[in-house]
Design a protein around this ligand. Structure first.
Ligand SMILES: NC(=O)c1ccc[n+]([C@@H]2O[C@H](COP(=O)([O-])OP(=O)(O)OC[C@H]3O[C@@H](n4cnc5c(N)ncnc54)[C@H](OP(=O)(O)O)[C@@H]3O)[C@@H](O)[C@H]2O)c1
Length: 278
C-alpha cells in the first residue's frame, strides 16, 4: 500500500522499509538499492550510533538497536512509528554464524546463535505485525539461507536457527493472509560479505579437528565464486515487487535443495561426504 509520508520539503508517496543488519553486507546493499528505487529506508544495526531515529540522507534513517534485546527492539520500533506512523516492509536480515560441532559449541553460544538468527527476528515481527494488521497491508521479508532447507557440516546451530525461522515464516504467511500481509523467504547461498570473517569458530583443537579441516576445504570451494550482496539486493527488490513466498539466489542452491529433498539419505550423504572430504 502506498502511504503518504512527509519527506524533506514535500509530501511524497513512498513506502517505508525497515531493515535489520543494514550496516554491512546484504543489508547495506539493500539499503542502497531501495533508496535508488525511491523507498524511505530505515536501517537498523548495533554499529549505528543513535538510539533515536537519525536522518542520514534525504530518505535514509539509521537507528542503533541490538535486536536480540526486547527492550531495544521496542524502543527502536516506537521511534520508527512515531516518525512514520507505519512500516510497509520489514526485512529481517541481521544474522551471524558460529562454526562448531554440537559437542564443541558452548551452551552460551547455543543461546547466542538462536537469539540472533531466530528469536530476534520474532521480536521485530511482533513489533510491526499489529500495526501492519491495522494498515491491512504489509510485507515481512526474512533473509533466511539455503541452510534453512538443508544442513551443512560444522554449522548445526546456525542451520537449526534458519530452519526454525523458515518454519515460523511459513506459519506467519498463513496467519497474516487475511490482513493482506505477505511473508517472503529469501534463501541465499554463498555471498561475498563480512559474514565468514565475522563468524565465530571453534578453535578446532578437539577430537573433531580433522572434521573441521575437511569441512573448511568444502566451504572454501563453495565460496570460491560467491554471489554479490548487490545480487541478493536485486532478489529482495523482486520479492517486494512480486510478493512471492520463496526466493533462491542461485540455480546451484536450487539444485542442492532438490538433491537434499528428493535423493535417498545415503545418496545425499555420499554427496556431502565427497564435497566436504569427510
Ligand atoms: N554471506 C553469506 O554467505 C550468507 C549466506 C546465506 C545467508 N546469509 C544471511 O544473510 C544475512 C545478512 O548477512 P551478511 O552476509 O550481509 O553478513 P554481514 O555482512 O556480517 O552483516 C550482518 C549484519 O547483521 C547485523 N547484526 C548482527 N548481530 C546483530 C544484532 N544483535 N542486532 C542488530 N544487528 C545485528 C550486523 O550489524 P552490527 O554488527 O552493526 O549490529 C550486520 O549489519 C544474515 O541473516 C545471514 O545469515 C548470508
Amino acid at each position: 500500500m502506498l502511504v503518504a509520508s512527509i519527506i524533506g520539503q514535500g509530501t511524497m508517496e513512498k513506502k517505508v522499509v525497515a531493515i535489520t543488519g543494514a550496516s554491512s553486507g546484504i543489508g547495506e546493499a539493500v539499503e542502497r538499492l531501495l533508496l535508488a528505487k525511491s523507498f524511505v529506508v530505515v536501517g537498523i544495526a548495533r554499529s549505528f550510533q543513535s538510539k533515536v531515529l537519525q536522518r542520514v540522507g534525504p530518505d535514509l534513517f539509521h537507528i542503533h538497536c541490538d535486536i536480540t534485546k526486547t527492550d531495544e527492539v521496542a524502543e527502536c520500533f516506537q521511534s520508527i512509528f512515531s516518525k512514520f506512523q507505519h512500516v510497509d516492509v520489514l526485512i529481517n536480515n541481521a544474522g551471524s554464524g558460529i562454526a562448531a560441532t554440537v559437542e564443541d559449541i558452548s551452551t552460551e553460544d547455543i543461546d547466542n546463535e538462536l537469539a540472533i538468527n531466530f528469536k530476534a527476528h520474532l521480536y521485530c515481527i511482533k513489533a510491526v505485525m499489529k500495526q501492519m494488521r491495522q494498515q491491512k497491508s504489509g510485507h515481512i521479508i526474512n533473509v533466511i539461507s539455503v541452510g534453512g532447507r538443508l544442513t551443512y557440516p560444522t554449522i548445526p546451530l546456525y542451520d537449526a536457527a534458519k530452519h526454525a525461522m523458515l518454519s515460523v515464516a511459513e506459519s506467519l504467511s498463513w496467519e497474516l493472509k487475511p490482513w493482506g500481509i505477505t511473508v517472503s523467504s529469501i534463501e541465499p547461498g554463498a555471498i561475498k560479505t563480512h559474514f565468514g570473517k565475522n563468524m565465530k569458530r571453534s578453535s578446532g583443537e578437539s577430537d573433531y579437528k580433522a572434521y573441521y579441516i575437511s569441512a573448511n576445504q568444502g566451504f572454501a570451494r563453495m565460496y570460491k565464486k560467491p554471489q554479490t550482496p548487490e545480487h541478493v539486493a536485486e532478489v529482495i527488490y523482486k520479492a517486494i515487487r512480486n510478493k512471492g513466498w520463496k526466493y533462491n539466489t542461485s540455480h546451484k542452491d536450487l539444485l542442492r535443495v532438490a538433491a537434499y529433498r528428493f535423493l535417498p539419505k545415503r545418496w545425499y550423504d555420499a554427496i556431502i561426504y565427497h564435497y566436504f572430504n569427510l
